[in-house]
Design a binder for this molecule. Structure first.
Ligand SMILES: [Cu+2]
Length: 103
């Protein structure tokens, strides 16, 4: 029973250690990446690097979210917990687009 508990703790720790964190800037009314590939459990920080507000949202089935609007210098994270293709946009600037492939 003691060994069983030790193994479980190691598994939980390695899963957390494998999760990666990325940052995508919003600069000149564009996402600094147009497409990115990440793994289930990874987090993307969306940072506004323009001198005006941006929004970040997605209506995709694998991850639907709305981070609201926020000003320059602010960053908000999203953890992607399900595999799929996620289309990310800005509700203020309709031609801003980013595809995230979660595998
Ligand atoms: Cu925008």
């Amino acid at each position: 029973m003691k060994n069983f508990i030790v193994v479980c703790c190691c598994l939980a720790f390695s899963t957390m250690a494998n999760a990666a964190e990325f940052t995508v800037d919003q600069k000149d009314k564009k996402f600094t990446e147009s497409e990115m590939n990440i793994a289930v459990g990874d987090t993307v920080n969306f940072r506004n690097d323009d001198p005006f507000s941006h929004n970040v949202y997605s209506l995709s089935e694998a991850k639907s979210f709305d981070l609201g609007s926020y000003p320059k210098g602010e960053s908000r994270p999203v953890t992607f917990d399900q595999a799929g293709q996620i289309e990310v946009g800005c509700a203020i600037h309709f031609d801003m687009a980013l595809i995230i492939n979660v595998k």
